[in-house]
Design a protein around this ligand. Structure first.
Ligand SMILES: [Zn+2]
Length: 159
């Protein structure tokens, strides 16, 4: 099975796996705009020339906010980004910081081969995360980069 659009190994929840199995059999990209609306239930908060901003349907645990900032063209590598899109991305991030009164958090952009990125969708996107320090079960938010040794050994789902 092709890993060109999604990598189910990197899914984190059962219902996410179910959606990703549908995407895999349709063999299209869930983050390309014409497909996004088929799978993504969260509202689009903002759209600019290069990016659209929404929230993650499956936020990381212990987050107050988990935004997805999705590039509007289908690219998978950083080297395919238009330089002007970088400026726009940082403008968007500062808009989010102000709009949602985010006191601090993290920004991550994984890219390329999903064995190295541990991303579930290859289409280039950034994630802005604010941990929820008031969560009674609070733990630090961890963003994984690269598959685990077990995942690489088993290569279970994609073979
Ligand atoms: Zn795409």
């Amino acid at each position: 099975m092709s890993k060109s659009f999604v990598d189910i190994d990197n899914a984190r929840y059962d219902d996410q796996i179910q959606v990703m199995e549908r995407i895999e059999s349709a063999d299209h990209c869930p983050f390309c705009e014409e497909n996004l609306k088929k799978y993504h239930r969260q509202p689009i908060l903002k759209k600019t020339k290069y990016w659209l901003v929404t929230t993650n349907q499956w936020p990381y645990e212990h987050t107050r906010w988990h935004f997805l900032i999705i590039y509007r063209q289908h690219i998978v590598k950083l080297s395919q980004l238009e330089p002007k899109a970088g400026e726009e991305l940082f403008n968007l991030i500062s808009w989010l910081e102000k709009e949602y009164q985010i006191p601090g958090g993290g920004l991550a952009m994984r890219f390329g081969d999903t064995n190295y990125s541990a991303g579930s969708v290859t289409h280039l996107h950034a994630q802005l995360v604010m941990p929820d320090l008031t969560d009674k079960d609070y733990q630090p938010v961890r963003i994984k980069i690269g598959k685990s040794v077990d995942q690489l050994k088993n290569k279970s789902r994609n073979k």
